[in-house]
Design a binder for this molecule. Sequence first.
Ligand code: ZN
Length: 62
Amino acid sequence: MENEEELKDIEIICRDCKKPFIHSVKDQLFYKEMNFQNMPKACPECRKAKKEANNKKNRYDS
Ligand SMILES: [Zn+2]
C-alpha cells in the first residue's frame, strides 16, 4: 500500500472574525475528495452565519 501524504491539522485565521480555527485532517480529506483547491477562508461559525444570512435573503427575495 502506498503512503498517503501526511496530513496535519492546520490553523487558519478567519478572514471575518480574525480568530484562528482548525482546518482538521478530516476536513482536509473532505476538501480533497470534493476537489476543492482552496483552503477555507472563514471559520465554521462565520460560514454558518453567512449561509443563514443567505437563506434569509433568499426568503425575502421570493
Ligand atoms: Zn470567523
